[in-house]
Write a protein that binds this ligand. Structure first.
Ligand code: HEM
Length: 432
């Protein structure tokens, strides 16, 4: 509707300036990746996660000191060695969490968001803190509680003046004890690892170890806070997306046969086959992301000092610049029938090659953020979501529950699955 012209929309105490032409998105992406850029993703993190209150971080602390590109490199490099523990975690997570109210004839009604939240938390913990701590039930429950407390706190912040942030967060972040319990378990594990030899430490392939290595002289408490920050960041989009994937599998039963047949071809489930040899599943995930982009803005950057685009558009300090998510994901010249769900639209006509992988980034698919950098965890998320979808397809019959609610729920910039969304499942009989 803006015909490519930038426009600003008020959002709490700032404006969001939305740009959408290829040239201005390129300018935004290039400026964001420049050293000492005027535009900051860290600034967005501080504005949205309020680490001073949710993490008890000092005001002058950087929001994260593990560089996203180092994280991306480490995750990609170690993904194949994390593959088996990831599979066991998915199986274990489904066994423990995929439960609901019995309906008779083997079916039960499952609260989708609750279950997706707990399954993905188990998977994230494996990446963040490794097998030992991730399998500790006290750590799991306290990390979930911490994320819940922080989400409630941040929701309060949307409705109260800044002067009340400290007293409110003091109550909401301390009442349950989730944060302090999770932090103390993180600190014990960090101290234990720091006392081990470099050979022993070399065996850990998780974010905790990479943060320890890149922090050297930082205190144990500071490292634990970084891991809490990653826990909070990682708990944001993945559960919402997982819920949308499971919901869309229930909704679009016409794709199930092909997806199950594809899974059959990777029966032995080798890492490389799953990572690179499932074009139909890759496409299905990408299509779910295209029509459920989770946020209605993408690539947000905070203006740290006044920024002027080449066309003269001037953006004062403190505001955010971003791109509109859904309009780009439904551009008619990039996607035919853009409003229609076509689960296999990213598979070539012979059906054996992906034309775009789920983790690929572009202007017309800003799901992973800046096309030049993007989410450092996207290879992990992609593998995770495939494993989760495969386990679901193989282990259950499923259908959408009858409900008089919209499947999505809008809150500020979020377009999330409706918190009351439910599906119905039944254990699948093993094939003869
Ligand atoms: C469906 C799931 C996810 C989506 C859609 C997603 C999306 C994004 C996006 C859009 C960005 C901003 C990138 C940019 O504009 O440059 C980002 C950054 C990031 N994500 Fe993800 N993400 C997901 C899951 C995760 C998980 C599970 C983790 C970690 C466990 C994670 C860790 C990070 C980190 C560390 C950053 C960098 C923040 C910075 O710039 O400092 N993400 N993600």
């Amino acid at each position: 509707m803006a015909e490519g012209k930038p426009f600003a929309t008020p959002h709490r105490d700032r404006f969001l300036l939305l740009v959408s032409t290829p040239e201005q998105i390129e300018e935004l992406a290039v400026e964001s990746t420049r050293k000492h850029s005027k535009l900051s993703s860290q600034g967005i993190m501080v504005d949205t996660l309020n680490p001073e209150f949710t993490l008890n971080a000092k005001k002058e602390d950087p929001a994260g000191f593990i560089a996203p590109n180092l994280l991306k490199h480490k995750i990609r490099k170690h993904l194949s060695s994390m593959y088996l523990p990831m599979r066991w975690t998915v199986e274990d997570a489904f066994r423990k969490e995929m439960k609901g109210k019995p309906l008779g004839d083997g079916w039960s009604r499952v609260p989708l968001c609750y279950v997706a939240n707990r399954i993905t938390a188990r998977m994230n913990n494996l990446l963040l803190v490794g097998e030992n701590l991730a399998s500790n039930p006290t750590f799991f429950e306290s990390s979930i509680q911490f994320v819940t407390d922080a989400t409630i706190t941040l929701a309060f912040f949307n409705h109260i003046p800044k002067i009340l942030y400290r007293p409110i967060s003091f109550m909401t972040m301390n009442w349950s004890g989730g944060r302090s319990k999770a932090k103390s378990l993180l600190m014990s594990e960090i101290s234990k690892r720091r006392s081990e030899s470099s050979e022993e430490q070399g065996l850990y392939k998780d974010c905790m170890q990479w943060v320890i290595e890149s922090s050297r002289d930082k205190s144990t408490e500071y490292i634990a806070r970084q891991l809490l920050s990653l826990t909070l960041g990682g708990a944001h989009q993945q559960p919402m997306f997982a819920a949308f994937v499971l919901y869309n599998l229930c909704l679009h039963s016409e794709y199930i046969e092909t997806l199950r047949a594809e899974i059959h071809t990777i029966r032995d489930n080798e890492f490389d086959k799953l990572n690179n040899g499932t074009p139909y599943l890759d496409s299905f995930l990408r299509e779910v992301g295209r029509l459920n982009p989770l946020t209605n803005i993408a690539l947000p950057r905070k203006v740290m000092s006044p920024f002027t685009f080449a066309d003269g558009t001037y953006v004062p300090k403190h505001n955010w610049i971003c791109v509109p998510h859904t309009p780009l994901m439904t551009l008619p010249n990039a996607y035919s029938n853009p409003e229609t769900f076509q689960g296999f639209r990213f598979v070539d006509t012979e059906g054996n090659r992906s034309t775009s992988r789920f983790w690929d980034m572009s202007r017309e698919f800003p799901f992973w953020g800046n096309p030049k950098t993007g989410c450092p965890a996207r290879y992990f998320v992609s593998l995770n979501m495939k494993m989760m979808a495969i386990h679901f397809l193989e282990s259950y019959d499923f259908r959408v529950a009858k409900q008089a609610i919209r499947p999505t729920f809008s809150y500020h910039v979020l377009e999330m699955p409706h918190p009351l969304l439910a599906i119905e499942i039944r254990a699948r009989k093993p094939e003869a």
